[in-house]
Design a protein around this ligand. Structure first.
Ligand SMILES: NC(=O)c1ccc[n+]([C@@H]2O[C@H](COP(=O)([O-])OP(=O)(O)OC[C@H]3O[C@@H](n4cnc5c(N)ncnc54)[C@H](OP(=O)(O)O)[C@@H]3O)[C@@H](O)[C@H]2O)c1
Length: 300
């Protein structure tokens, strides 16, 4: 290593740094790493200090130029809803990235994944099936790796809590799937970002599941949102089957608000992960964030 390269911060490649997690993690990483970021569309959160490589992960056959001088890889890229063929193709592209990272070799590989789901979903839902193939390739790569699996995230521009909040503010009734006694433990996207920065600098290998500081029933969470809006909780009760029918209809109508698998996962009671204990600061609670939303920010 030359004196010049030794004095530079390490180069970290982010896959999918322009989304919800990327917006939180880049400011956390930038004081510690040089950043190269791969995704398809321009991202407002990336200034000139970030080297953007415009590429579709599905279409990258040869990762070696993108990995040149990279010491750490952090992959965030995935979709919430796509066809089986698109998930398969993105999964293939990411597994080519893992293979190239082994050949490079990089010092550390972080993969952001999702918590465990019911076995039937793990086996047949393309969203999960192909993601687990990528996770497994990372695990078997021989690299120093960490698979980080956060549960429901909250933060500016999130696609679940923020949407629930806006629906409750706008309408008198909110759909309640089943009895609402299944659990959630929302974690702040800024806490995930801190965890990822620490993991990028650490060497522990394995999988880490990340829950927030409070394990609430879904009904407690929705009651809390009504509470910060100073509205009496009023629910439109749906059975599990009714909720699946509703979300299938919404998808058919082109809605991106909620997908059937998200309802099934929520109702499976597998999302109330225990609090993540790896940070040196207390995990943020969801209540103050909801109050900020009620006061008009942070919206995006
Ligand atoms: N959001 C949650 O509540 C949550 C919870 C648990 C785990 N996660 C996981 O956390 C990770 C990040 O989630 P997020 O919420 O930040 O996702 P997001 O907001 O949808 O952002 C996804 C990012 O991936 C990029 N991307 C998608 N397809 C790509 C492709 N074919 N080629 C290159 N880049 C591509 C997107 O950029 P372009 O469109 O510009 O390509 C974007 O920068 C995902 O793996 C997700 O499964 C999220």
């Amino acid at each position: 290593m030359t004196a010049t390269s030794a004095s530079l911060p390490r180069l970290l490649l982010v896959g999918g740094g322009g989304g919800l997690v990327g917006r939180a993690v880049l400011p956390e990483l930038l004081p510690h790493f040089r950043i190269r970021s791969v995704h398809r569309h321009p991202a407002l959160n990336e200034g000139p200090e970030v080297e953007w490589v415009r590429a579709d992960v599905k279409a990258v056959d040869d990762w070696s130029p993108i990995l040149r001088d990279v010491q750490v890889v952090l992959n965030l890229a995935w979709y919430r809803w796509e066809s089986e063929a698109v998930f398969r193709s993105l999964g293939d592209g990411l597994r080519r990235l893992v293979d190239a990272a082994v050949r490079a070799p990089v010092q550390r590989f972080l993969q952001v994944s999702v918590p465990p789901a019911p076995p039937s979903m793990e086996a047949s839902l393309p969203y999960l099936f192909y993601k687990r193939q990528v996770d497994s390739a990372v695990e078997k790569s021989g690299l120093s790796y960490r698979i980080v699996r956060p549960t429901m995230l909250f933060g500016p521009g999130d696609v679940l809590l923020g949407v629930m909040f806006r629906l409750m503010r706008r309408y008198p009734f909110f759909p309640m799937f089943g009895d609402g006694t299944y659990h959630v433990s929302p974690i702040a996207v800024t806490d995930l970002a801190r965890a990822l920065r620490q993991e990028a600098q650490a060497s522990a290998v394995g999988t880490a599941d990340l829950g927030g500081p409070e394990r609430l029933t879904y009904r407690q969470l929705t009651d809390r949102i009504f509470g910060v809006l100073h509205k009496r909780p009023r629910y439109w009760r749906l059975s599990g089957r009714g909720a699946l029918r509703l979300t299938r209809f919404m998808v058919a109508m082109g809605s991106t608000t909620l997908y059937p698998y998200e309802v099934e996962w929520l109702m499976s009671d597998m999302l109330g992960l225990p609090p993540y204990g790896g940070l040196d600061v207390p995990l943020q609670r969801v209540g103050p964030y909801l109050e900020q939303l009620a006061e008009g920010g942070p919206a995006r």
